[in-house]
Ligand binder design. Structure first.
Ligand SMILES: NC(=O)c1ccc[n+]([C@@H]2O[C@H](COP(=O)([O-])OP(=O)(O)OC[C@H]3O[C@@H](n4cnc5c(N)ncnc54)[C@H](OP(=O)(O)O)[C@@H]3O)[C@@H](O)[C@H]2O)c1
Length: 285
């Protein structure tokens, strides 16, 4: 299997490279070596490499910054995936693209299924939804995996931020009325590999962590895991606050849990995020 990977330096890109099965050949590209917004560069690279699979781990992921940088977010999150879908189709390759729970408004009381109506609340979610639509228009056989609350030992993420704040401060105030499922990037990478090996059908799939928490509850588990691994001198006090007490540029969904029932048909289980948190924090240590 020849895989053209974009966004190779991001959380998912790095985790994917760590898990490449024996015999697979990966051309790992980052924003310097392949800008996905450059359609002719994408075509040129795909035509030369002739991948059997294109995996798009590249995205504009700065949720709040996107509110004042909408054109750039759209170029990367909608234009880029469209370029890659076209190139994958031309190369007769599979295409796996990653999207987000932020395509939903978070008003559902039950976990979202793939066919639920979308309604993004901010620019990031809207551009990711436009990306999904563009991918399915260009190449309907593509696979789109919506995921949520991604963390890993790589890059910047909530776990690393909380660990830093936990070391610096005696008390933290964390939002307690937004709920979702943390997801380890390594488990998303493994799901991509498993779906490829299984020859999964094109379409949208949800994949996220196996247990729903609020950001405050997630922080509690980050702190106890860090203390157990001797990464903290003392446990900080973690106080729950409302979204209204922590204003951000982008509005976020209140309850964006995703149902992973559809992807389970390929034997793929939701991310065991507590176990992954432990091993991931041991690596950070
Ligand atoms: N992080 C989350 O909590 C979360 C939640 C739900 C869904 N997702 C989705 O999951 C996927 C992976 O996210 P992640 O957390 O691994 O993202 P990440 O760590 O922010 O990595 C994204 C990568 O995309 C690259 N990139 C940006 N613009 C590019 C361009 N024009 N051409 C090529 N590469 C470009 C970045 O490279 P540079 O740094 O060099 O620009 C970066 O390495 C994304 O589709 C994201 O939308 C993430």
């Amino acid at each position: 299997m020849k895989v053209l990977l974009t966004g190779a330096n991001g959380q998912l890109g790095r985790c994917f490279q760590d898990r490449v099965p024996a015999g697979w050949q990966v051309m790992a590209t980052d924003s310097d070596t392949l800008d996905i917004t450059d359609a002719s560069a994408v075509d040129r690279v795909a035509a030369a490499f002739q991948p059997g699979l294109v995996v798009n781990a590249a995205a504009y992921t700065a949720v709040d910054k996107a509110e004042s940088d909408a054109a750039r977010a759209a170029l990367i999150n909608a234009g880029g995936p469209a370029n890659l879908a076209r190139a994958a189709k031309r190369a007769h390759a599979g295409f796996i693209h990653i999207s987000t729970d932020y395509v939903f408004d978070g008003t559902s009381k039950t976990p979202y299924v793939e066919t639920d109506a979308t309604h993004p609340l901010g620019v990031y979610g809207a551009t990711k939804l436009d990306g999904e639509i563009a991918v399915m228009r260009e190449y309907p056989q593509s696979i789109i995996i919506r995921t949520a609350w991604v963390f890993s030992e790589y890059g910047n993420n909530f776990v690393k931020t909380m660990l830093r704040l936990g070391r610096e401060r005696a008390a933290l105030s964390i939002v307690d009325d937004q709920r979702g499922c943390p997801t380890y990037a390594g488990d998303i990478a493994q799901a991509i590999i498993d779906m490829t090996i299984a020859g999964a059908d094109g379409g949208i799939y949800h994949f996220c962590g196996d247990r729903e928490v609020s950001w405050k509850e997630f922080t509690d588990e980050i702190m106890t895991t860090a203390a157990r691994l001797d990464l903290l001198d003392a446990l900080p006090i973690v106080k729950g606050i409302g979204t209204d007490q922590y204003p951000t540029a982008a509005q976020r969904p209140g309850h964006s849990t995703l149902s992973c029932a559809k992807i389970a048909r390929y034997g793929i289980r939701p991310s065991d995020w507590a176990a992954a948190l432990n091993s991931c924090m041991a690596k950070i240590a």
